[in-house]
Design a protein around this ligand. Structure first.
Ligand SMILES: C[S@@+](CC[C@H](N)C(=O)[O-])C[C@H]1O[C@@H](n2cnc3c(N)ncnc32)[C@H](O)[C@@H]1O
Length: 220
């Protein structure tokens, strides 16, 4: 997957008027996320579907890191009718939004939302009651907000929290390996956005600002 640069600031002149978000929230209004991410990111649904299809449909426990508005949760719960899902996100408003959608879909008895920073969980798992013995861990578009050092700690924490044969499926942006590839990714992105009937500049007017990594300086 290409570099999605989801927290890129639209321009210096608009940054000061924009809301500071948790890294990864992307859009100033949570209600814009589901439409906006599909306009911005080529093949978002296919990406989540691939993760979902990698999971068994049996009675297993799954941990999701950075659930956002619950789009991956919904796909997993829909495809796997016996799955129990624990979903964590440090953004209260993303988590609330996800919870309302999961409730509306009738899956709330199989979904537990926890407001937590998975970086903090990697550093000190005892402090956060996330649990362990998960059969699988899934994540999309969230882990790249950690530093490389923290990613390694998180991967170790995930390993320790899985059953011996557990799975970890992660879909996340990668930095382009060369300027030439960066240009290719950019061109594909722009072509995709045009096909959606909009422009990257227009989508950016709906985006908030945040640090690429860490926690926000203030929350909404
Ligand atoms: C771009 S959204 C993706 C949401 C969802 N996984 C999807 O694919 O639609 C990233 C989400 O990860 C959350 N997130 C990022 N870093 C996090 C961290 N360290 N702990 C908890 N949540 C985090 C953000 O709050 C945001 O909701």
């Amino acid at each position: 997957m290409s570099d999605t640069t989801t927290n890129q600031h639209p321009s210096e002149s608009t940054v000061s008027t924009k809301q500071q978000l948790f890294p990864g929230e992307v859009f100033a209004n949570t209600t814009d996320f589901d439409t906006g991410i599909r306009q911005l990111l080529p093949r978002y649904d296919e990406m989540l579907n691939v993760i979902t299809q990698c999971l068994p449909t049996t009675n297993i426990r799954i941990l999701e890191l950075g659930c956002g508005t619950g789009e991956l949760s919904l796909k997993v719960l829909n495809r796997c009718p016996e799955v129990q899902l624990v979903a964590i996100d440090y953004s209260p408003r993303m988590l609330q939004y996800a919870k309302r959608k999961i409730e509306a879909a009738g899956y709330i008895d199989r979904w537990t939302g926890i407001e937590a920073d998975f970086g903090a969980w990697a550093n000190n798992s005892d402090k956060l009651k996330i649990g362990s013995g998960f059969d699988a861990c899934v994540s999309s578009l969230a882990i790249h907000h950690l530093t490389d050092e923290m990613k390694l700690r998180l991967f170790q924490r995930i390993r320790a929290s899985l059953t011996p044969n557990g799975w970890f499926w992660n879909a996340d942006p990668l930095l382009p390996e060369s300027p030439a590839l960066a240009e290719v990714y950019q061109a594909i992105r722009e072509e995709w956005v045009t096909q959606q009937g909009t422009t990257v500049a227009e989508i950016r007017t709906r985006m908030g600002t945040s640090n690429t990594q860490g926690t926000p300086s203030k929350t909404s």
